[in-house]
Design a protein around this ligand. Structure first.
Ligand code: GLA
Ligand code: ZN
Length: 678
């Protein structure tokens, strides 16, 4: 039985709130007063303060102004509203860049930024870190014991990379440590005899500048790892200051879903709470609403899985529209609540917004907010936000419960980086992220929630594990997968499994490497890349056929059962889908990019054999379960414009308080959350 993990016992509820920027309104006490009234009306119980307040806190070097913040935090607290307090380091005051230009990043072309924008500090700059330490210490000393403070929010959406001399030197030191100060070890790992790229000293190594070395896979990958490590190191620098002064206040930083440049799994180890910012393009013109929601659910699942399934925070979402999508469409009525309840269904214990009130000027003046320039509380958005607040209160008892996931999908940043960088196949068709997402969606259709985990994680609690395009095998990964299958797991791997080691050196003796050929009972002799209009087919023994596009491996099966063979081309009749029993489990191999219908057929066979019952939903409906102790909460989300009926439920529907004895009807874009009593 899993127990509850309350993120914020002090609040004891699901959080509802968002980024609040009172520093933009200090000359309007009437507005600040009105904000409190409006927040209470909208059932707001938390705000995030100070995300970009550095220039107001410290208008000149060493001149500090915090009284305004204290007054605001006091007033919020007196009105039952808690504070998430950010460190203001996501954007720098002009004086800082003027005096310490090394705080500004250098880009891939070797050019130093000018002052401006945000999220662009150099992570290695000593001067920057010194000023960060000063402001963070002041904040922690002054506000660390404030009764309203529940969480530190480090900087904002950390990201990007820096090629300045300080970062380069840290990179070289990182490599020295990694390769035991032995340049020959590095030369071997990076295969540098190719094109005469051998190094004779670590001093010769540069990051992959746009006009520099970009042809060494190991270097490219190590630069990405370093950049992620360096950002994590910077984040830890801020965290350490706060932990020293306020050890009891948890810390988070807001992630950006599948953001490509940082290995969130490594960063997550340093955080007490995972939070992220979600801005889906609802009701776009290229996919169904169901698809958009499924992609969002995948992102939620990725975030949830970063802490082993504990509840996480939806830190930002748009109350209405955003201002940075290619087309900034209004959220249609009903979408807001549905997206909020979806977040909770996926394990979020919060629904937070960017932003509380629209600013009058600058880049985000047209970004949606709970309170518009109109300043009224009878707007559609304000009312929908208020409704969300009421709904979250009705769902209060869900806080701290855990999402049930019977399957896992392997997704690793190293693998992603290596696939992206590999010169081969077809650049535009590799689509690793998209392929992972499609498998998640297929499982959702089959009524099974997936966690998104790493190839080296303990997989034993998942009856089924899907490993799309597991191109790079980290040390220990193959062993982990073998043990998982031997212990009774169902492992489904695909084309492009096990081509390279952690340095992107190809495995010798057959792919999938590191002896995984034995686990699957086959090796891949060649891989074919299809032109966009080329097609092949996977033909199953029962006559079912599914389209193949993009990639097809020619497999040599030594010891496996063949489930399907190719239908076309010079490799027609050779195996494409196989399985092999090993110990208590089964290792499945899908050698080509088969249509999702084909993948779903394989998943159905596998789930049946593993004795896992899914609960397939009608098209456009999501179902997910959160549990703790004896309690089970079932979420149904209708992402269609028609009413949908579901049967087989018993319990209490929390949003309406109604008793359910079998059937529930979901309104168009409606949701139901049932405390099960079966
Ligand atoms: C990000 C940032 C916010 C804001 C929003 C706008 O998530 O963290 O500061 O810029 O985008 O959508
Ligand atoms: Zn730098």
């Amino acid at each position: 039985m899993t127990e509850r993990t309350q993120l914020f016992p002090k609040v004891g509820a699901l959080l509802h709130g968002g980024d609040y920027n009172p520093e933009q309104w200090l000359d309007r006490p009437d507005i600040l007063k009105e904000d409190i009234r409006l927040m209470k009306k909208a059932h707001i119980n938390t705000v995030t303060l100070g995300v970009f307040s550095w220039a107001v806190y410290e208008p000149q070097e060493d001149e500090f102004h915090f009284d305004w913040l204290e007054q605001i935090m006091d007033r919020l607290y007196e009105n039952g509203i808690y504070t998430v307090l950010a460190t203001p380091t996501g954007a720098r005051p002009a004086w800082l860049d003027e005096k310490y230009p090394d705080a500004m990043r250098v880009n891939r072309d070797g050019v130093r930024n000018r002052h401006g924008l945000r999220h662009n500090h150099c992570m290695s700059s000593e001067n920057f870190r010194r000023r960060v330490e000063i402001i963070d210490r002041k904040l922690a000393k002054r506000f660390g014991k404030h009764p309203g403070l529940i969480l530190w929010h480090i900087s904002n959406e950390l990201g990007g990379e820096c090629y300045c001399p300080a970062c380069q030197e840290r990179f070289r030191n990182y490599l020295r440590a990694k390769f035991d100060n032995d340049i020959e070890k590095l030369n071997h790992a990076w295969w540098t005899t190719f094109w005469s790229h051998r190094f004779t000293s670590f001093d010769q190594i540069e990051p992959p500048f746009s006009n520099g070395e970009g042809s060494i896979g190991g270097l490219n990958l190590e630069w990405r790892r370093f950049n992620s490590w360096n950002m994590t190191d910077y984040m830890k620098f801020e965290i350490n200051i706060l932990k020293e002064l306020t050890p009891d206040i948890p810390v988070t930083t807001n992630f950006m879903k599948m953001y490509g440049m940082l290995d969130y799994r490594q960063m997550a180890k340093e955080l007490d709470v995972i939070s992220w910012d979600s801005y889906p393009r609802f009701q776009n013109d290229y996919e169904s609403l169901w698809d958009t929601f499924a992609e969002n659910a995948f992102d939620h699942a990725l975030m949830r899985s970063l802490t082993g399934g504990k509840p996480f925070m939806l830190m930002e979402s748009a109350p209405g529209l955003v201002n940075w999508h290619p087309f900034n469409k209004l959220k249609r009525p009903g979408i807001h609540s549905l997206a909020g309840i979806q977040a909770v269904s996926c394990g979020s214990d919060t629904v937070q917004y960017f932003q509380w009130r629209k600013g009058r000027g600058s880049f985000e003046q047209y970004h949606g907010a709970v309170v518009d320039h109109l300043g009224r509380d009878d707007t559609r958005i304000f009312q929908e936000v208020t409704q969300m607040g009421e709904e979250l209160e009705k769902l209060r008892e869900v806080a701290g419960t855990n999402v049930e996931a019977k399957a896992a999908l392997l997704f690793d940043w190293d693998n992603r980086w290596a696939i992206f960088d590999m010169a081969g196949l077809s650049k535009e068709k590799k689509q690793y992220e998209q392929t992972c997402l499609l498998q998640y969606k297929s499982f959702q259709k089959l009524g099974i929630e997936m966690d998104i985990v790493s190839m080296c994680d303990d997989l034993s609690r998942y009856p089924v594990v899907v490993a799309p395009m597991l191109y790079l095998l980290k040390p220990g990964a193959a062993e982990n997968l073998r043990n998982y299958v031997r212990g009774g797991g169902q492992l489904i791997a695909t084309y492009l499994t096990g081509y390279v080691d952690e340095n992107t050196l190809c495995w010798l003796g057959g792919f999938p490497g590191d002896s995984l050929t034995e686990l699957f009972g086959l090796y891949s002799e060649e891989i074919d890349t299809l032109y966009p209009s080329d097609r092949n087919r996977a033909v199953f023994a029962d006559g079912a056929e599914f389209e193949i596009r993009d990639f097809a491996e020619i497999l040599k099966v030594q010891d496996a059962e063949v489930l399907a063979s190719y239908g076309e081309d010079f490799y027609a009749g050779t195996p494409v889908v196989t399985r092999r029993k090993e110990g208590q489990g089964t290792a499945w191999y899908v050698g080509a990019r088969i249509s999702q219908e084909g993948m779903e057929k394989i998943y159905r066979i596998c789930l049946k054999e593993a004795g896992i019952a899914g609960r397939p939903m009608p098209e456009g409906v999501e179902c997910r379960v959160r549990k703790a102790g004896e309690e089970t909460y079932v979420f149904y989300l209708n992402e269609t414009e028609q009413a949908v009926s579901i049967s087989g439920e018993k319990g209490t529907e929390l949003l309406t308080g109604r008793t359910v004895t079998d059937q529930i009807t979901l309104k168009p874009l409606g949701a139901a959350v049932i405390r099960r009593s079966i």
